[in-house]
Design a protein around this ligand. Structure first.
Ligand code: SF4
Ligand code: SF4
Length: 670
């Protein structure tokens, strides 16, 4: 129970804290609202459920680094519980003889729960402080070749220290305060830990115990009042902003679906993102949400192989830039610097493979990949600045409708194999399914082999299919991921016009990049089709007993999940089932399914040299495949196929890459 002076002082402190907090939070909100687009609130009920489940169940946190994440979750749960605890403690301080939630079963369980949880949270927090400041875990560091705000280098540690000690002191003094209270009123069976501690205070005079009880109350509750205005500047804000991010983020059909640009709109002066305020609101919010855990960095193929790109450094740099320029940004002033001046280097910008591993792993729903792809748009569309090798691919797509820039018959692959029958939509207008061959199938030697194998499978299953032949254009996937949205829009419009004119309903494709673009991005251009990957289609044929299989000895293979098949389209089982059905034994690599490691070709990388690093991405992945002891790397993507084959040659390995279509076609009974 507080004295009258203490009660008045506390009210004054609350008013001051609320005033400072309002100033601090309103600035934060103004900065977020400098962003483009809107915070999404459609389907609010399901968004609320998702945000609450993230907060309460901590499911996005617990999906990786389980032990560490569980300890972190204990702190997050304590944070939630302490909303209630603090309310109870304030009421207890103001109301004479008040027992929060009573002295019955509810109150007893509440006290037991708080008693145990407080100690667990203290242990967890101590662990994190020791881990960061004494063990100095490598995972929390960012390599020197990555652009990182100078203040962030020491500031991140300082912030972690402040937040860590705030939690320790807040929960610690609340726990100790309870022990002083119990020393005065006697032990409580429902607070065994605080009761145990209270024994220590028994030799003290009562006045000293009362003094310490009051001091603990002030240190526990008063600390919150001091901390709330600091909240928006600290990384602790993620506890609020994380759920807000899940509440307001765009509902993307797939992680890499980019928004189209309206090139007809004369009012748009800026294409893509150059400055912080060109980002969407959610992307600015990402900077506040980031907990600087480096999970995204751990899984990033560019960072892993020594490039200058760290998705976490990108978010941290944004945060520090905002903190340094908060007032100007909130006042609506234009940023003095471009993101490429402080958030990521040019080499980092062009190192991203758009694999979406960072988006998949982030526990708070951040999407650093979108910043990168949108900055690329600015470079390409506004400044015409991009790696020169990409020019050949852009020219090829524009002039010859394929990034190889080959001006030849797109049906050569079918004409070269006498064993298959492939008809175009003109020759077979009553087709049931359209086979979208893709540029690799048309022009790349290995891709052609895949296309021939898949056509053989379709023939064997008596499927009535057709191809577009020379009516097919590149889908433009590489152009979009490389920032050339204008070119992508041209390709998309041309393809959609063809497909709609032919009234195409169902498409099967051997390329996951075509799959992603046709299925997830062409609806933006009026193209709505059922699009399936050939591994899914083959699995359907197997289930319908339409394919007869040779009973041969099992061959050990390891399946490499393509990013645009797995993370983008959630297709993990079909390729594995296909392999199993045809007698292949799949030995999983350590990084598989949604944790698969990129081959290095996505995001336009296929058409350029890798940025400087200490390892080639494809070789990193290839070595992982070698370590399984498999005889073959099974792929289901022409880009992955090229990368794994190149790595095999570079490393002079006997381990060969083969497409699943090829593996299966070789095992069909004639
Ligand atoms: S999309 Fe992939 S390569 Fe790009 S930043 Fe994220 S993890 Fe790194
Ligand atoms: S972006 Fe997400 S995964 Fe990366 S450091 Fe921040 S919170 Fe962690």
């Amino acid at each position: 129970m507080l004295s009258l002076i203490e009660k008045i002082l506390f009210i004054a402190a609350v008013v001051l804290s609320l005033y400072l907090s309002w100033k601090s939070f309103s600035t934060l909100i103004k900065v977020i609202y400098r962003g483009q687009s809107k915070l999404h609130l459609d389907n609010l009920s399901s968004r609320i459920v998702q945000a609450l489940s993230v907060l309460i169940i901590q499911k996005t946190v617990l999906k990786t680094r389980f032990v560490i994440s569980f300890l972190h979750s204990l702190i997050a749960w304590a944070f939630l519980l302490y909303f209630l605890v603090n309310l109870g403690d304030v009421l207890t301080g103001y109301i004479h003889n008040f027992h929060f939630l009573g002295t019955g079963i509810v109150g007893n369980i509440y006290r037991l729960f708080v008693d145990i949880f407080s100690v667990l949270a203290l242990i967890s927090m101590s662990f994190f402080l020791i881990r960061r400041f004494i063990w100095g875990t490598e995972r929390l560091k960012i390599r020197d070749n990555v652009l990182l705000n100078e203040k962030a280098k020491s500031g991140m540690r300082k912030d972690s220290l402040i937040v860590g000690f705030f939690i320790l002191l807040h929960i610690g003094f609340r726990f100790i305060g309870e022990s002083f209270t119990l020393c005065l009123i006697g032990a409580d069976l429902w607070q065994p830990l605080a009761s145990g501690l209270s024994i220590l205070w028994l030799p003290l005079p009562e006045s000293a115990v009362v003094f310490m009880q009051h001091l603990s109350w002030w240190l526990a509750i008063g600390l919150i009042l001091a901390f709330i205005p600091y909240f928006p500047s600290s990384k602790h804000i993620h506890l609020m902003m994380g759920p807000l991010n899940f509440l307001t983020r765009p509902n993307r059909i797939a992680p890499a679906v980019l928004e189209p640009i309206d090139f007809e709109n004369d009012e748009i002066e800026q294409f893509g993102v150059a400055m912080l305020e060109h980002l969407d609101k959610n992307q600015i919010l990402d900077a506040y949400v980031c907990i600087m855990c480096n999970r995204c960095q751990d899984v990033c193929p560019a960072y892993t192989t020594g490039k200058e790109l760290s998705p976490s450094a990108l978010e941290i740099n944004k945060r520090y830039f905002i903190n340094e320029n908060r007032q100007k940004l909130a006042a609506g002033k234009e940023s003095e610097f471009c993101l490429l001046d402080y958030a990521l280097s040019r080499s980092a910008l062009w190192a991203c493979t758009s694999c979406a591993a960072c988006v998949e792993v982030c526990p708070v729903g951040n999407e650093p990949m979108f910043d990168i792809l949108n900055i690329r748009r600015d470079r390409v569309l506004m400044e015409s600045e991009f790696p020169k090798e990409l020019q050949t691919a852009f020219n090829g797509m524009e002039r010859n409708q394929n990034p190889w820039n080959i001006n030849e018959d797109r049906l050569q692959w079918a004409k070269e194999d006498d064993g298959i029958t492939v008809k175009t939509v003109e020759e077979n207008p009553d087709y049931e399914i359209l086979y979208w061959v893709g540029c690799a199938g048309a022009f790349d030697q290995k891709g052609q082999k895949t296309a021939q194998s898949f056509a053989k499978i379709l023939n064997k299953a008596n499927i009535n299919f057709a191809v577009l032949g020379n009516q097919e254009n590149c889908t433009g996937d590489s152009a979009r991921r490389a920032g050339n949205e204008y070119l992508f829009a041209m390709m998309a419009e041309a393809n959609v016009e063809t497909l709609n004119k032919l009234k195409v309903k169902k498409i099967v494709t051997t390329c996951p990049h075509c799959l992603h673009t046709l299925k997830n991005e062409y609806p933006q251009f009026g193209g709505n089709y059922e699009v399936i990957h050939y591994t899914e289609y083959i699995y359907e044929l197997i289930k319908q007993n339409k394919l007869s299989i040779k009973k041969e000895n099992q061959i050990k293979v390891t399946f490499h999940d393509p990013c645009y098949l797995g993370r983008q389209n959630n297709i993990y089982n079909a390729p594995r089932e296909d392999l199993k059905s045809f007698g292949f034994k799949n030995i999983e690599m350590d990084r598989n399914r949604n944790n698969s490691f990129c081959c290095g070709a996505g995001g336009g990388q296929m058409w350029k040299e890798e940025e400087n690093g200490n390892e080639v991405i494809r070789q990193n992945r290839f070595k992982e495949a070698q370590a399984t002891g498999a005889e073959i790397i099974a792929t289901a993507c022409p880009f992955c196929m090229t990368m794994m084959s190149d790595a095999s040659n570079e490393l002079e390995s006997d381990l060969q890459a083969k497409d699943i279509a090829e593996l299966i076609a070789d095992r069909l009974i004639d």
